[in-house]
Write a protein that binds this ligand. Structure first.
Ligand code: ATP
Ligand code: MG
Length: 398
């Protein structure tokens, strides 16, 4: 009788309610990414397969596989499972063995169960019989049943001819599989919010193309270093797709902005140029959108009027701002959770140029006048001088 975990049960959420065709495509992507995550981390597995509503990883290293798979976008949670046949006797036998191994003494417990397929026993019977058997046969653990708030639980999931038994669940990153959406150009400043914004769209299945604008001589090189670390860190969440970071010089057009824009509005003009540069990269990369970390009211450049003044610089690509309605503290928490917070610059401005009293209500009519004096060929030159770093290798065979 084996009490070893032989597989990992992988749960996905939203994917399950998609139409047949979309669901199949997404599950296929999810399986490919799980395989890549396991291979990359050196976790042994023999197969990753799907059964309606679930994915199973067959492996003799289930605890490690459950951890690795939980970091793949689209995965809601994972559990290392003992696999047995769908008969009440073997469920009770294996379930009791697993409880003996995993349950702590003098604690309460509950049995959870669900069933898909036709069987000669009900879910309720599994709960009652396994619970009673555990109580009777593991007297040395001094357990008691508590169905409303148990200290520990054992679960049985019966699917056709197999039963899967588990006690642990690892929370997954959720979202949709990478590549289920298109490429997006993610503007990463080295601040706190923009990597979180990038993560949010990556989580929804987008493939990021990172871009950092190097503001030197108006900033020091630590910003480039931090932005690179942020992008490298985020790239680790992406499997089976190439991930690039563009580092684009942005000093020359800033000089132009400083020379021709009203001083109170220089940040607005700076953003307009960043969006234009991001648009050029979107065209090169065949991306569908530009992503920024703006939050309403977080900075002077992020008031609703200034966002209007900035956004009109690019009209043929959507500018996505996934953090727009978040409170700063929510973004900070997510930044800590996903690991980008530690690379964010602390209280150091990513640029030495902000005016003392930046406008919070841009004069829209000032824009064409100032920009008529600027030389936009500079932007093309900056793109041509961009450094492109490949953070992640390309596609695997499908
Ligand atoms: P962050 O949002 O990253 O914390 P921030 O709050 O200082 O930075 P702003 O300087 O107002 O943001 O810029 C707004 C958005 O423009 C940023 O969220 C980021 O997406 C983008 N951005 C700003 N500076 C840069 C830069 N140097 N390189 C790339 N993108 C940038
Ligand atoms: Mg910000």
């Amino acid at each position: 009788m084996s009490r070893e975990y032989s597989a990992v049960l992988v749960r996905f959420g939203e994917i399950g309610i998609k139409s047949d065709q979309t669901r199949k495509r997404m599950i296929r992507l999810l399986i490919q990414h799980i395989q890549a995550a396991l291979t990359e981390s050196g976790v042994n597995f023999s197969k990753v397969r799907s059964e309606y509503g679930r994915i199973f990883i067959e492996t003799n290293d289930a605890s490690a596989a459950a951890q690795e798979a939980s970091r793949v976008f689209g995965v809601v949670s994972t559990s290392p499972v003992v696999t047995t046949s769908a008969s009440l006797d073997s469920i009770i036998d294996e379930g009791t063995s697993l409880a003996k191994l995993k349950f702590e003494k003098k604690k309460s417990f509950a049995v959870g169960s669900r069933r898909v397929g036709t069987h000669d026993f009900s879910s309720q019977e599994i709960r009652e019989k396994l619970g009673a058997h555990i109580l009777k046969n593991l007297k040395e653990l001094d357990l008691e049943v508590d169905l409303s708030s148990p200290d520990q639980s054992i679960y049985v999931e019966v699917r056709d001819e197999n039963a899967y038994i588990f006690t642990e669940t690892v929370k997954g990153v959720g979202g949709m599989p990478t590549g289920s959406q298109g490429k997006v150009v993610c503007m990463i400043s080295s601040g706190l919010d923009s990597p979180v914004a990038a993560y949010k769209v990556m989580k929804r299945g987008c493939i990021p193309v990172f871009v950092h604008f190097d503001n030197s001589p108006y900033s020091d090189e630590t910003n480039v270093e931090l932005a690179t670390k942020q992008a490298q860190h985020l790239a680790q969440f992406i499997y089976n797709h190439e991930v690039k970071l563009y580092i684009v010089p942005h000093g020359d057009d800033l000089t132009d902005v400083l020379t021709h824009a009203p001083r109170k509005m220089t940040c607005v003009f700076c953003r307009r140029n960043m969006y234009r540069l991001a648009r050029e990269i979107a065209l090169i990369e065949d991306a569908d959108a530009i992503v920024t970390g703006e939050i309403i009211g977080e900075q002077a450049s992020q008031t609703t009027r200034n966002l209007l003044a900035e956004s009109s610089a690019v009209c043929d690509f959507p500018i996505l701002r996934p953090c727009i309605g978040d409170d700063k503290v929510e973004v900070e928490h997510l930044g800590m959770e996903i690991g980008t917070y530690k690379f964010a610059h602390e209280a150091v401005s990513c640029c030495s140029l902000p005016p003392k009293h930046p406008t919070v209500h841009s004069q829209l009519e000032a824009i064409p006048e100032a920009e008529s004096k600027m030389d936009f060929d500079v932007l093309k030159e900056e793109i041509a001088e961009a450094e492109v770093i490949i953070l992640r290798g390309g596609k695997r065979d499908t």
